[in-house]
Ligand binder design. Structure first.
Ligand code: NAD
Length: 486
């Protein structure tokens, strides 16, 4: 891939030749420019919607197997280009290359394969009968789907949205994050190669407040899927409510890992550290509160500190790097400010707590946005540090005396995305899992996924669910046709 990049909109099966306005793209590991992305307008969204509308009738009329064949082809091409895509993701977002290569890019291919298969078994038509009537329930693609995705897992979450929309028979107008648009742009090129018909997948780049808002408010886009912050999700809910759009919102989190004294502590410490710091803590599912049973707190805390201190921060392109850069200087500053607020509130900083000193980084990365993986302790549950999403490599330790208190602390949040329970007592795990006010619970693991399970959160973390049939239901409109037996 040649740099500097010039990333333009992908509309009606073609890339625009140029753009009137551009946004600079920065490699967060170096602080240097890698190119520019088009800064789109509502007129660009209108063009994309017009192309998607032209493509809709024939795409919707294809069988799930025909649509699935194209999705499998896209998956094949992603697998072929795994190295290119991983390198691009690493350069555009600062994440470690191994994470991109071994987890995120393969998952993007898996998203297309999974929904191709899922759609082939989905009940697009169902016959129901009772004493008085026979009904045919028809579910067809709901129309043009607007898919808006964030910067933290750019390719993984972009494909997690467009794959079910396309499999369901929708055509798509998508908007990747303006911070990390590179791999979505590469998917546009693969869509041409795969033979995806023009207009079926459209990608409009640009600012959320301009392009994102235009997609959200567009009268010809009846169904939306958004992943991002709760504040933007809230504004989308406000705009779309009077328009009666179908909206799925995947938003922020403040996830707890609850560690009971009966857990395998070695495994729990490994798992909690991974859950706190993978992708520099920039995953909505990351643990940000570690809630530990008091009797084991001193020992478990030492285990966490030892493991966290040994994480290697550095050049994300190096296969041995475990902690890359945060996505932008703005985000780095936000995370450092959150750490400072915690200090001001009386937190003890048990590990990390600063930007990575430039002299400990390779010369090429000394202008990058690195923050040390950080463990805080000593703050009450209700304080800002334990309530507000930080979305960086920062965890806060809290202690509990018994099971009810563990549940109370874990649920003391306006968010309700995910939690993990580290315990070997199965009845207890069952009780606690049922009591937690979240959409996703893991036991003795983290981020292990069966793509058929519903994915999403409660409270201010989410509205609706992604994954499996839930996603296909979201992107289809049901109609029942009933005839009387009389
Ligand atoms: P963000 O809300 O700033 O942006 C997300 C996307 O929405 C981007 O493409 C952005 O351009 C667009 N956008 C911004 N303003 C918009 C508007 N007014 N109208 C329409 N679109 C708009 O979020 P971010 O900073 O990119 O991502 C981090 C956030 O995403 C965190 O809060 C994190 O928890 C959340 N997240 C949630 C999940 C989940 O599954 N629940 C997954 C990943 C990230």
């Amino acid at each position: 891939m040649n740099e500097p990049l010039q990333i333009t909109h992908f509309i009606d099966g073609r890339f625009d030749a140029s753009s009137a306005e551009w946004i600079e793209l920065i490699n967060p590991a170096t602080g240097s420019s890698i190119g520019q992305v088009a800064s789109g307008t509502s007129a660009d969204v209108d063009r994309a919607v017009a192309a998607a509308a032209r493509a809709l009738p024939s795409w919707r009329a294809k069988s799930p197997t025909e649509r699935g064949a194209l999705l499998h082809r896209l998956a094949d091409l992603i697998e072929r280009d795994v190295e290119l895509l991983a390198a691009a993701e690493c350069r555009n977002s600062g994440k470690p290359i191994t994470l991109a290569r071994e987890v995120e890019v393969p998952r993007a291919a898996a998203n297309f394969r999974f929904f191709a298969e899922c759609a082939s078994r989905f009940g697009f038509e169902e016959r129901l009968e009772n004493d008085q009537s026979e009904s045919l329930v028809i579910r067809e693609g709901a129309g043009i789907a607007g898919c808006i995705s964030p910067w933290n897992l750019p390719l993984y979450l972009f494909t997690w949205k467009i794959a079910p929309a396309l499999a369901a028979g929708c055509t798509v107008v998508s908007k990747p994050s303006e911070v990390t648009p590179v791999t979505a742009w590469m998917v546009g090129r693969l869509a041409i190669e795969a033979g995806v018909p023009p207009g079926v997948l459209n990608i409009v780049h640009g600012l959320g407040a301009v392009v994102g808002s235009a997609i959200v408010a567009h009268p010809n886009i009846p169904v939306l899927s958004f992943t991002g912050s709760t504040s933007v999700g809230e504004s989308i809910a406000r705009t779309t409510a009077p328009l009666f759009k179908r909206v799925a919102l995947e938003m922020g989190g403040k996830n707890a890992a609850i560690v009971f004294a009966d857990a395998n502590l070695e495994a729990a410490a490994d798992g909690v550290v991974q859950s706190a710091f993978r992708n520099q803590g920039q995953i909505c599912l990351c643990t940000s509160r570690v809630v530990v049973e008091r009797s084991i707190a001193p020992r478990f805390t030492s285990m966490l500190i030892e493991r966290t201190a040994s994480l290697r921060s550095g050049d994300p392109t190096s296969p041995s790097t475990q902690q890359g850069a945060l996505v932008s200087s703005v985000h780095r500053d936000k995370v450092l400010l959150a750490i400072q607020c915690a200090r001001d509130a009386g937190a003890r900083v048990l590990c990390g707590g600063r930007a990575v000193p430039p002299e400990s980084l390779p010369a090429s990365c000394q202008g990058g946005y690195f923050v040390e993986p950080t463990i805080l302790a000593g703050l009450p549950s209700h304080c800002k540090t334990n309530q507000n999403e930080i979305f960086g490599p920062v965890v806060s330790l809290l202690e509990f005396k018994d099971e009810p208190e563990a549940i109370e602390i874990a649920n003391d949040s306006m968010y309700g995305l995910a939690a993990s329970i580290w315990s070997s007592d199965a009845p207890r795990v069952d009780r606690v899992a049922r009591a937690l006010e979240v959409g996703i619970v893991w036991n003795n693991c983290w981020m292990v996924r069966d793509l058929r399970t519903p994915f999403g959160g409660t409270k201010r973390s989410g509205l609706g669910r992604e994954g499996g049939d839930d996603a296909l239901r979201h992107f289809t409109e049901p109609k029942s046709v009933t005839r009387s037996k009389a």
